[in-house]
Design a binder for this molecule. Structure first.
Ligand code: UDP
Length: 325
């Protein structure tokens, strides 16, 4: 059985990737400092507690397991916090990734799947974003991910380390079997906040802006089920194993949904009208972020299977009810 090192394997997307790897016949080794990750989310292979910035610890884990490849999720991901504390983001996300790449080179590991983001594009200049859209991040979080993408290109040229960077749009939902799910503290994402409000466990949802130039005035996003994301990572890994070159790909569905559409879908799935208030715009939120998701689909034959809103919401609702009891 091939071993894959999964940095951030105790986090939201990393833990779903571990499950998908195990389903595909790999042994995922989660490397996580547990700052935001959860020990209970690591169920498909060992958990090695450690920080990417601890080079000795990282090297020891790599020497012990001799992974065939790495999936790299470990990063801080709060956009607002990154604006107030950019050093934290550059230190952890950029320097930590550099330590990982250098450790990989030192141990002869030459395949990486990298968790990137549509935040590397910044403010959209086209309605639908394809991979050739200019990358001009508007916050340190997006900038830190773009810096890693840049490093990946340089490490490929210099050291033949092949990497596929996946630029996610809005990851959402939870494992369809209800075993793992989204568990952020603090939580900032629309769907868990809205479901929490519906369950009476959180404040009424503040809808951030109703005067956007969209059909109903609220922001439009491209929501992709976390299990589809996880499967896409496995597809990318398998492609690298078969010799695919480095590249960067959007991961989304190509379909945009407004905040109001999400609230309507929640009411249909749960039977509960989400308590909400209409608030001001949140700084830095573009009106519309929708992927042109065709490139990844064409290259790897992957298709989203679970990314319709009802399935996303049903799985997140199941997870919320499981964890809130
Ligand atoms: N949103 C909202 N209220 C909230 C959180 C989010 O109206 O409490 C909106 C936000 O403006 C955006 C969409 O929901 O248009 C998705 O936001 P989220 O934070 O989930 O993801 P982002 O698109 O910022 O990565």
């Amino acid at each position: 059985m091939k071993t894959i090192l999964v940095t951030g394997g105790a986090g939201y997307i990393g833990s779903h990737a571990c499950k998908a790897l195990a389903t595909a016949g790999y042994l995922p080794v989660a490397y996580d400092n547990l700052v935001y990750g959860h020990e209970r989310a690591v169920q498909w292979g060992p958990l090695e507690r450690g920080d990417l910035l601890d080079r000795d610890r990282l090297a020891a884990v790599v020497a012990q397991y001799r992974p065939a490849a790495v999936m790299h999720f470990a990063a801080y991901a709060y956009v607002g916090e990154s604006v107030g504390d950019p050093g934290k983001y550059y230190h952890n996300n950029v320097t930590g990734s550099l330590a990982l790449l250098q450790t990989m080179c030192a141990h002869g590991i030459d395949k990486l799947v990298f968790s990137s983001t549509c935040a590397t594009y910044g403010n959209p200049v086209h309605a639908v974003l394809d991979e050739s859209h200019p990358q001009a991040p508007i916050n340190p979080y997006g900038q830190s991910k773009l810096m890693v993408e840049t490093m990946l290109r340089d490490f490929d040229r210099a050291h033949a380390l092949r990497a596929i960077a996946l630029r996610y749009f809005n990851a959402a939902g939870a494992d369809l079997e209800g075993v793992i799910g989204e568990d952020h503290d603090p939580e900032t994402h629309l769907i868990p906040l809205a479901l929490g409000a519906a369950a009476g466990k959180r404040e009424p949802l503040a809808v951030f802006g109703t005067d956007y130039p969209t059909a109903d005035g609220t922001c439009i996003r491209d929501y992709i089920h976390v299990q589809d994301l996880a499967d896409a990572h496995v597809s990318a890994l398998q492609a690298l194993e078969q010799g695919a070159p480095s590249g960067a790909y959007n991961l989304g569905t190509g379909e945009g949904r407004s905040v109001k559409e999400v609230l309507d879908a929640i009411e249909k799935v749960t039977g509960i009208s989400v308590p909400h208030v209409f608030g001001d715009r949140r700084e830095g939120d573009p009106a519309r972020l929708v992927a042109d998701a065709a490139l990844f689909q064409r290259a790897f034959g992957w298709r989203p299977q679970h990314s319709d809103l009802p399935t996303i919401i049903r799985s997140a609702w199941q997870w919320l009810n499981r964890t809130a009891s």
